[in-house]
Ligand binder design. Structure first.
Ligand SMILES: [Ca+2]
Ligand SMILES: [Ca+2]
Ligand SMILES: [Ca+2]
Length: 474
């Protein structure tokens, strides 16, 4: 009994010790912190931050926690450092909305940025390194945006969403962190994890675990080179993963007691898995056999090459992307909306191999309706692509040979009958058409571009179409 009483006493003393310690820490933290106060003032006023209206700009490095108590402000690190001594939070946002934190190098805290019970905040264009627990920690919050940050070389996790909804994590580089790269946990719903580069983290690249998280969408991310696993899912079902590239992870995925969706239907497709061994006999860029994770987790439409997405500009207030799935390295993407609208990009690959690409073009951006059609130029040669469609996209599939030169691919809208591709149906086209007239597919002189109804014969039907379009421009 004595021993037990002594133990209880010891524990009680330890508890009081811990309590005192934590109170002290809180006091120290409060004394050392910098406040952007609800009245807009900065405390202490000697802090190297310049205020201009609602914009607060660093004028030097800062070595204390910044507690943001004012809503609707922008805090611009201006490339300076916010550096801690290995504890506390860098930026602390509690019960505060519509704050933007940008262009700050945040280093050496427990949490580089903590967002708690807050919404409408944006964290963008920051560099977060060497933070101990989580570089960015969003909890009990909704409708925040974490975009275009470098979240690299942190001791703990990259980004953690905890009890958090409707938050977008987009276009970040989340690499070389000591634990998980991007984590979604503890009942987090309707978040979108999109277009991030996630590589070489010591935990999982993307993790959905710790209690049920559902209705999250994970798309367009490249998750590569994880020693343990690219994706980890535990007890979280009803999430959707598609258009991700899973490259060279020891385990591409570890899933425990979870059922999730791994594709976006056909022809939109699923993910690219670097260990997929299937083939594509029907030439649509999608493997002919499914990628099976386990009995309830199946990617029905695995891609035959990595997924790339490109910015095609903002038109009438809508931001458009063109996606290219290809076994080539794709570069120099451009969208030109001029008179003959076109998309162009370069493709390179190993000499002597066959390249393919599958280009997904939003119909709202570019559409070829009869009597117009898609025209593809591969290194200047006209090619007719295989075309698939769904409600929102046209998918163009084409193949070519990789050579020592870069293959330039141009996708244009053409008018039927414009056989020389100058955007006008005129005398030159008539000469070409006349030379091709009467030819069948397989015969010398059969020009698929002159077979305007694509029935395998260049004859009277084609002549009628040609005549109807004569003199027209695109
Ligand atoms: Ca196929
Ligand atoms: Ca022409
Ligand atoms: Ca024909």
């Amino acid at each position: 009994m004595e021993r037990k009483a002594a133990l209880v006493l010891t524990l009680a003393l330890m508890f009081i010790d811990l309590l005192t310690l934590s109170l002290n820490i809180q006091q120290v933290e409060a004394e050392g912190a910098i406040y952007i106060k609800s009245d807009g003032s900065i405390n202490p006023s000697t802090t190297p931050i310049q205020r201009e209206g609602s914009i607060y700009t660093f004028t030097d490095n800062i070595y204390e926690t910044i507690v943001v108590q004012k809503a609707n402000v922008i805090i611009d690190g201006n490339g300076y450092m916010l550096q801690g001594a290995g504890s506390n939070n860098g930026f602390d946002l509690v019960n505060i909305n519509n704050v933007t934190i940008r262009k700050t190098r945040i280093k050496g805290f427990d949490y580089g940025i903590r967002i708690y019970k807050s919404s409408g905040n944006t964290v963008s264009g920051n560099i977060l390194t060497e933070n101990n627990l989580r570089a960015i920690f969003v909890s009990n919050s909704s409708d925040n945006i974490i975009s275009r940050n470098q979240i690299v070389n942190n001791v703990g996790e990259g980004t953690f969403l905890w009890l958090t909804n409707n938050t977008v994590v987009a276009s970040n580089n989340v690499s070389n962190n000591g634990e998980d790269g991007i984590s979604i946990g503890y009942s987090s719903f309707y978040n979108t994890i999109v277009n991030n580069t996630v590589s070489n983290n010591n935990g999982a690249g993307v993790s959905l675990g710790f209690e049920i998280s559902t209705s999250n969408v994970i798309m367009g991310n490249t998750v590569s080179n994880h020693y343990w696993t690219g994706i980890f899912v535990e007890s979280s079902s009803g999430n959707t993963f598609y258009h991700n590239n899973l490259l060279h992870n020891t385990n591409q995925i570890v899933t425990i007691e979870a059922t999730n969706t791994w594709d976006n239907g056909y022809p939109s497709s699923g993910n690219y898995w670097s260990d997929y061994t299937g083939t594509d006999a029907n030439g649509d860029g999608i493997g002919d056999t499914q990628y099976t994770i386990d009995a309830t987790n199946i990617d029905r439409y695995p891609l035959m090459g990595p997924f790339n997405t490109f910015d095609a500009g903002t038109w009438n207030g809508v931001a458009y992307h063109v996606d290219v799935v290809s076994n080539s390295t794709v570069s120099a993407f451009a969208f030109n909306p001029e008179r003959t609208p076109e998309i162009s990009f370069n493709a390179t690959g190993s000499l002597g191999t066959t390249g393919f690409c599958r280009v997904s073009i939003p119909k709202q951006l570019l559409k070829a309706d009869y009597p117009k059609r898609w025209l593809v130029l591969v290194s200047g040669r006209m090619t007719i692509p295989t075309i698939l469609e769904d409600a929102n996209y046209t998918y163009l599939y084409l193949t070519y040979n990789h050579s020592t030169k870069t293959t330039q691919i141009i996708i244009q809208i053409s008018i039927l009958g414009d056989l020389d591709g100058d955007g006008y149906v005129g005398p030159i086209d008539l000469n070409i058409f006349a030379a091709n007239y009467g030819k069948r597919k397989g015969q010398t002189g059969y020009n698929p571009l002159a077979d305007l109804d694509m029935d395998g014969y260049i004859g009277p039907i084609d002549l009628n179409i040609f005549a109807a379009n004569y003199g027209k421009t695109i």
